[in-house]
Write a protein that binds this ligand. Structure first.
Ligand SMILES: Nc1ncnc2c1ncn2[C@@H]1O[C@H](COP(=O)(O)OP(=O)(O)O)[C@@H](O)[C@H]1O
Ligand SMILES: CC(C)(COP(=O)(O)O)[C@@H](O)C(=O)NCCC(=O)O
Ligand SMILES: [K+]
Length: 279
């Protein structure tokens, strides 16, 4: 069994993958916190023969996790952002400073589409661009929905945006504090993603497939004006691409990959952008 770990700033996600069949056997998530002990929160390590890790948590969290796992599991792969991997060149001046979750998302997205915009809606919302040919341009970081809400300190943090609400109602003027905050931050997040996507496609002269992942991907996606696909396992898929262990992975089949999203016509993206820029 392979244990994949995606340690984000809010949640540490894990899944167990069958080495032979490539099936996902179980999944879970625990809060990312200093005293996290894998042994308490994840299934029996006796069945695990390899671990693959993406972590953007504090170094100490990763170090403790790796130490613990190395005692029990032979192969522990910790992903790092590098100048080049799998045909993608990193756009950062100092590649190792790019969050490895962003790098893995970009690698998976490029593997699937040959050039894309990858958006990770977690503690932060990150928007990264990889051109056809594999040049990663860099990207954007804005606070995620939860962080934006907490920063307001209006006592609304525990009243989550209902991901099943109609988009129209999520964007309507709020008639109480909770609504005003939830609708405001929702508008901020979806406007940013819509705009950044259009700006960069316009600038680069290419309409890129748009892929989303992360805890808030579903709700953010509902407000997008352009075609897109959700890929909840996009970071895990980056781990699979970097460290292929199963037959399916070696053959380049990444788990949970969505159907290729339809891509809007560049002229349509440009006219939408022109309209936005007028306002
Ligand atoms: N059950 C949940 N528990 C916590 N956060 C959730 C949950 N469902 C959705 N979210 C949202 O998902 C975000 C965390 O998403 P995730 O992609 O796991 O973040 P990160 O990778 O930064 O830890 C939270 O900020 C919150 O807005
Ligand atoms: C931007 C991030 C905080 C996003 O983390 P997440 O929301 O997935 O927990 C993370 O990718 C990170 O710490 N990046 C390092 C800075 C950078 O990418 O430039
Ligand atoms: K993120």
């Amino acid at each position: 069994m392979i244990l994949d770990l995606d340690i984000g700033n809010t949640l540490s996600k894990w899944r167990l993958k069958d080495t032979v069949s490539s099936e996902i056997r179980s999944r879970g998530a625990v809060w990312t916190r200093e005293e996290w002990r894998p042994g308490e929160d994840i299934p029996d390590l006796d069945v695990v023969t390899a671990v693959r890790i993406s972590s953007v948590a504090r170094k100490q969290v990763l170090d403790e996790t790796v130490t613990l796992l190395r005692n029990q599991v032979g192969a522990v792969h910790v992903a790092r952002s590098t100048r080049e991997a799998l045909g993608v060149t990193c756009g950062y001046e100092e590649p190792q400073r790019l969050g490895v979750d962003r790098w893995l998302g970009a690698l998976a997205g490029h593997h699937l589409t040959g050039g894309c915009c990858s958006v990770d809606c977690g503690s932060a919302i990150t928007v990264d661009f990889v051109l056809p040919g594999g040049r990663h341009l860099g990207g954007y970081i804005i606070p995620g929905l939860r962080l934006m809400k907490e920063s307001l300190k209006l006592g609304t943090r525990n009243v989550a945006i209902d991901p099943d609400s109609e988009v129209d109602s999520l964007l309507a003027p709020g008639r109480n504090t909770v609504e005003a905050v939830n609708h405001g931050i929702y508008m901020a997040a979806v406007s940013a993603v819509n705009r950044l996507y259009a700006e960069v496609c316009d600038r680069e002269g290419v309409a890129l497939p748009l892929l989303l992942t992360g805890g808030d991907a579903r709700v953010v996606a509902r407000g997008l004006r352009v075609p897109h696909a959700l890929w909840p396992d996009m970071v895990y898929a980056g781990l699979e691409a970097l460290y292929p262990l199963t037959a399916a992975e070696r053959a380049g089949r990444l788990s949970g990959a969505p159907e290729l999203p339809r891509v809007a016509d560049l002229e349509k993206i440009r006219s939408g952008l022109a309209l936005t820029q007028m306002l």
